[in-house]
Write a protein that binds this ligand. Structure first.
Ligand code: GLC
Length: 438
């Protein structure tokens, strides 16, 4: 019977809930068709018609140190790279397949270089690993919910030996956990069910897999997608943790409206994974990038609700992060340079969200994130005057006086800050007041 060790779990999770902000990187052969990472499935491309991309792949500009520097400059504290996505292409030198980056023109172990670059920049490093594999003959084809050949009757599943596939999959996870040094995160993706199979939990031989992972990488943090996908929670949320329970919940392309609490109402670790445009993998015609101003506020929202933000970039076929993404990362970094204290190690404030923005908290320090100004002095909702030691501009450290104007007379129980005569806030995106409690 699996015994969940809460103390060990909290110790293992400490850096992760402190870090709050990470970079997701979706990269692989699909960057050549440049229509997103699901292109094989969406367009029902046969394996033989996808192979030309393998023959062609030659990321001449790949320089993961550049990626790591961009992540660090943006204030990100960890990075997660797709080591193998659903298309089955391995960005690492797996001994169990020829469908790998070391057999492409570049001849490079892209994962190894990525991990070394991330560590060199002082970042925590993780690998995404797809449980699905659309190139392996023993993975369900016809009738599967996602497989590119799911509708093609020529691809029946007689003779496919799923146990063979699991041996292959487990061996590759073993390779990643053995040959590449300390991994900080393993990001499995994803569990699902269709009319033929329930691809969850022990269908993946998840207990055996996780026991092996934890033996090789005792401190690694694992997501919840051996159990669910972005639309589920998992057994830790059920308060009935399985041996392969996710360490965090992984909402996808959404920020949980009220954060995430387990079935008994206890706050849980969670990480919203979000794309900058609308695709994880590089997509040439998807230029619908979210503005940096929006993403800064979304990072604040995640932290104010007790979660992390894993923000994705999809490098192109040559290995370059798109210029729009680099610009967004630069703007986020400029804000983080002055305000990261209100993000790292922060979480829920335990008080109502104010009209003017959001509040994050670290111990007895509150950070009021002002997305807009008020008319008159700024109300600091949720605190009493005799609780507040001082108010400071986080960006400059300057003292912010308590307001004491006649207009606030009717509201003696509310603390007001005097932001001065300028109706325009110093930071047009998010001006942070540091409110130190006694
Ligand atoms: C979904 C998509 C996958 C992507 C993942 C990121 O599972 O299928 O392409 O890697 O979301 O969370």
């Amino acid at each position: 019977m699996y015994q969940f060790d809460r103390a060990e779990y909290e110790k293992r999770m400490a850096w992760y809930t402190q870090a709050r902000f990470g970079m997701f990187i979706h990269w692989g052969l699909y960057a050549i068709p440049a229509r997103g990472e699901w292109v094989r499935s969406v367009e029902e491309i046969k394996k033989e018609d996808y192979m030309p991309y393998f023959e062609e792949f030659d990321p001449v500009d790949y320089d993961p140190r550049k990626w790591a520097k961009a992540a660090k400059a943006a204030g990100m504290q960890y990075m997660v790279l797709t080591s193998k996505h659903h298309d089955g292409f391995c960005l690492f030198d797996s001994q169990y397949t020829d469908f790998k980056s070391t057999n492409t023109k570049c001849g490079r172990d892209l994962v190894r270089e990525f991990l070394e670059a991330g560590r060199a920049e002082g970042l925590k490093v993780g690998l995404y690993f797809s449980l699905l594999d659309w190139v392996h003959e023993d993975y369900p084809h016809y009738g599967d919910r996602n497989h590119p050949m799911r509708f093609n009757e020529e691809y029946q599943n007689e003779g496919r030996n799923f146990d063979n596939y699991l041996t292959y999959m487990h061996n590759q996870v073993r390779e990643l956990c053995t040959n590449y040094g300390k991994l900080d995160i393993l990001w499995f993706d994803f569990s699902y069910e269709d009319k033929y199979n329930v691809m969850r939990g022990e269908k993946w031989k998840a207990t055996e897999l996780v026991n092996m992972v934890r033996e090789l990488q005792p401190e690694v943090i694992i997501d919840n997608r051996l159990e669910v996908s972005g639309d589920g929670f998992g057994s830790l949320w059920e308060c009935d943790p399985k041996p392969y329970h996710g360490d965090f919940v992984s909402p996808e392309q959404i920020i949980p409206p009220n954060g995430i609490q387990d079935k008994e109402g206890n706050d849980m670790a969670w990480e919203a994974c979000v794309t900058m445009n609308n695709n994880w993998g590089y997509c040439e015609n998807d230029r619908f990038f979210k503005p940096a101003s929006m993403l800064i506020k979304k990072l604040v929202e995640c932290v104010s609700k007790g979660g992390n933000l894993l923000l994705n970039v999809g490098p192109d076929a040559k290995g370059n992060i798109p210029p729009e993404s680099m610009e967004i990362l630069g703007e986020i970094g400029a804000w983080m340079d002055k305000n990261s204290e209100s993000i790292y190690g922060c979480g829920k404030a335990g008080m109502e969200k104010p009209d003017t923005g959001r509040i994050t908290r670290k111990g007895d320090t509150l950070y009021y994130h002002l997305f807009e100004n008020t008319i008159g002095p700024m109300p600091l909702m949720g605190v009493k005057k005799d609780e507040v030691q001082y108010i400071r501009s986080l960006a400059t450290g300057a003292e912010v006086p308590f307001a004491n104007s006649w207009v606030q007379g009717p509201y003696p129980d509310i603390v007001f800050a005097d932001l001065g005569p300028d109706p325009v806030l110093p930071d047009p995106v998010d001006t942070v007041l540091k409110v130190q409690l006694k």
